[in-house]
Design a protein around this ligand. Structure first.
Ligand SMILES: *[C@@H]1O[C@H](CO)[C@@H](O)[C@H](O)[C@H]1NC(C)=O
Ligand SMILES: *[C@@H]1O[C@H](CO)[C@@H](O)[C@H](O)[C@H]1NC(C)=O
Ligand SMILES: *[C@@H]1O[C@H](CO)[C@@H](O)[C@H](O)[C@H]1NC(C)=O
Length: 626
């Protein structure tokens, strides 16, 4: 049924709440009709003016002011119009960030110092986590430890170093040590660090569309916390993935195939994991890490199940003391439970209050960390498992996935093929490349068990049709069925054309709409390199790219003096030395402001597609007069 909107997820709810708090500058819990109307206009929603007026009127029927709950109702209405609730929130946020006009709406001047509200618990949790994660890092000595009860975090992120370090911990080797400016920082070198942090965050799949270096420099609290949470979460979830952790197979349930298990998001797998251990302990299952864990009973059982029992390898047992379960008050019981978690070294992210209040984000992080330290799962033996169906993700697949996630597609794509089998994400990507989608034609989730796949297939057919007719992609031999069933080669062919078009669009926008092709880019690269007295390239397949010198030379041409050639080997390179240059090149590109998604290996192996994106992003950076 087209008019039934999908339920709003907790995360979306939170985004909306943030947007609401931003409009509600005086924090009185209400927004007024004028504010909302102006905001709709500023947000440039793809809705006709009369619909906006109707909606505002409908919402404001009963009073002149709007509470959050009423505001949240706008969102489902818009989903029917084809917008995701996160998109709605982001659209609002973008409008708010435009500032001009918005101050007029809110009736406050920018200087009034009105701060956007943020979650104190989250700040405390993240500060503790960062303190621990970077405790031994000599480059963070000037920042750590931060006092969790203070606002130090928001100034500490200002020089970019802390974020670079956290990103590199979540996805090791994302940032080349040599590219971080560490000493005698100036506004310029700080800006470079922040570019490096933001572009690297985007490359690992953080949604950073509405955050800029200024927001970090000024320590905009909710934006800092939002970004930090994304970075931390990517690190926490990195191994909650069956191809990286085969023991997760123990979570297979009767009648399930491995593929079914692979489809689960990290959040769902964690819940599955907790329930697996709860079942082993003979305890009732839980449905979420919020209301269902408030009384600490499930947590106690979980700790008891995963705690080391002592084994022949000499790992000592850590028996969990369960007496705290008898505490009458939830808060005291939670505190006792956390003391036991502490003995496992797993008292992270939550306080007793966060447990009792059931804060979903922090409890999810608490459980994820527990899982990472004590999965207590054994890969089941002698089972007929078809391993061929669970190949790990290729580099190319990961790059596509990070690219789309960084654009904020909803739902977040955890598994490239299964998560886009209804084409919802593809439609959003079409919109990013300015291909209009007729949302009336799109079947929206949730899909029924019976006939649901038919609806998805219809979407996929429409997605292919749009690609052929509107985007003018070359999709010979690709049918909706191929997207729906996750045909790797053909799905990748479409995704590549989307990413390529997205990249070229950026260049065209910068060049006042002039058409850009591969040749345009190579010519520009050649010209820029020649002017700097450096060797040119013949194409994106040029073997010289393997040692990254063309990329490094181009960066140095765009920003003279930025490349430290003394750190590089330029002739007779081993594979390792090539990779070393490539890591430096990719980080340097990001540092001078190019949003590069490609990986160092793509340069070493001269993968023409990814090489093209690297040069295109650098060209975009070179064309911007900074
Ligand atoms: C990033 O991680 C890699 C691998 O763990 C490490 O070698 C490198 O020094 C780290 N870089 C930074 C900037 O911390
Ligand atoms: C969590 O699950 C329980 C049922 O087990 C449900 O009653 C409760 O509403 C859920 N809480 C949230 C916040 O979704
Ligand atoms: C770039 O320079 C090479 C020479 O190194 C030349 O062969 C090639 O045609 C040039 N390409 C373009 C598009 O200008």
């Amino acid at each position: 049924n087209m008019s039934t909107p999908a339920p709003i997820s907790a995360e979306e709810q939170e985004e909306l709440r943030e947007a609401f708090a931003k409009i509600d500058m005086d924090n009185n819990g209400f927004i007024c009709k004028n504010e909302l109307h102006e905001l709709f206009k500023a947000a440039n929603l793809p809705l006709p003016g009369y619909r906006i007026r109707e909606m505002v009127q409908e919402l404001m029927k009963t009073s002149e002011q709007l509470t959050f709950d009423q505001f949240a109702e706008v969102s489902p209405t818009m989903i029917v119009q084809g917008l995701k609730s996160t998109e709605v929130a982001n659209t609002f946020r973008k409008a708010i960030n435009k500032k001009e006009g918005i101050n007029a709406i809110a009736g406050t001047s920018e200087q009034s110092g009105t701060q956007h509200s943020y979650s104190e618990e989250e700040k405390v949790a993240f500060v503790n986590w960062v303190n621990m994660a970077l405790e031994k890092d000599p480059d963070c000595k000037h920042l750590l430890p931060m006092d969790p009860s203070s606002n130090q975090l928001f100034t500490a992120v200002g020089d970019g170093i802390l974020l670079c370090k956290m990103i590199n911990l979540s996805v090791p080797d994302t940032i080349d040590e040599r590219t971080i400016n560490k000493k005698k920082l100036t506004p310029f070198t700080i800006q470079e660090n922040l570019n490096l942090a933001l572009n690297s965050a985007s490359a690992i799949g953080c949604h950073v569309v509405n955050i800029g270096a200024v927001d970090l420099k000024e320590g905009r609290q909710h934006l800092v916390l939002g970004l930090l949470w994304q970075v931390i979460k990517i690190g926490l979830f990195a191994d909650i993935e069956i191809t990286r952790n085969e023991a997760l197979m123990a979570l297979l349930q009767d009648g399930e195939s491995l593929e079914d298990l692979m489809k689960l998001s990290p959040e769902e797998l964690l819940l599955r994991w907790a329930n697996y251990h709860l079942a082993e302990a003979g305890c009732p299952k839980i449905n979420n890490f919020s209301s269902d864990i408030k009384n600490s009973q499930a947590y106690y059982s979980l700790l008891n199940q995963v705690a080391p029992k002592g084994d022949e390898d000499g790992v000592p047992a850590i028996p969990i003391d369960m007496t705290g379960l008898r505490e009458k008050e939830d808060l005291k019981r939670a505190e006792c439970m956390l003391e036991q978690a502490d003995r496992l070294g797993c008292r992270q992210f939550v306080t007793a209050t966060d447990v009792v209040r059931g804060n979903p984000k922090l409890n999810l992080a608490y459980v994820a960390n527990l899982f990472n330290k004590y999965p207590a799962l054994k890969k089941p033996e002698n089972q007929d498992i078809d391993w061929s169906s669970i190949e790990g993700e290729t580099r190319e697949e990961r790059t596509f996935r990070n690219w789309m996630n960084s654009l904020g597609v909803n739902p977040r794509v955890n598994h490239l093929y299964v998560d886009i089998d209804d084409a919802m994400v593809i439609f959003q990507l079409y919109e990013k490349i300015k291909v209009p989608v007729d949302w009336e034609r799109v079947n929206k989730p949730p899909y029924s068990r019976l006939g649901g796949n038919m609806k998805k297939l219809e979407n996929c057919n429409y997605a292919v049709e749009l690609g052929k007719k509107e985007a003018k992609f070359s999709l010979v031999g690709i049918a909706g069925q191929d997207l729906n069933s996750g045909n790797r080669k053909l799905t990748l062919a479409l995704l590549w054309q989307l990413m390529r078009r997205y990249t070229l669009n950026i260049l065209e926008d910068l060049g006042d709409g002039q058409k850009v092709t591969d040749d345009t880019i190579v010519s520009w690269v050649n010209q820029t390199l020649s002017e700097a007295g450096k060797p040119t390239i013949s194409s994106f397949k040029d073997g010289s790219i393997s040692n990254s010198m063309p990329v490094l030379n181009l960066i140095d041409a765009i920003q003279p003096g930025s490349i430290r050639y003394d750190l590089l080997k330029m002739e007779d390179l081993t594979e390792e030395e090539k990779l070393n240059n490539a890591k430096y090149a990719i980080s340097m590109a990001r540092k001078i402001g190019a949003r590069v998604y490609a990986l160092p290996e793509d340069l070493v192996e001269v993968k023409p597609k990814m090489v093209m994106t690297v040069f295109a992003c650098l060209m975009a950076r070179g064309m911007k007069k900074v």
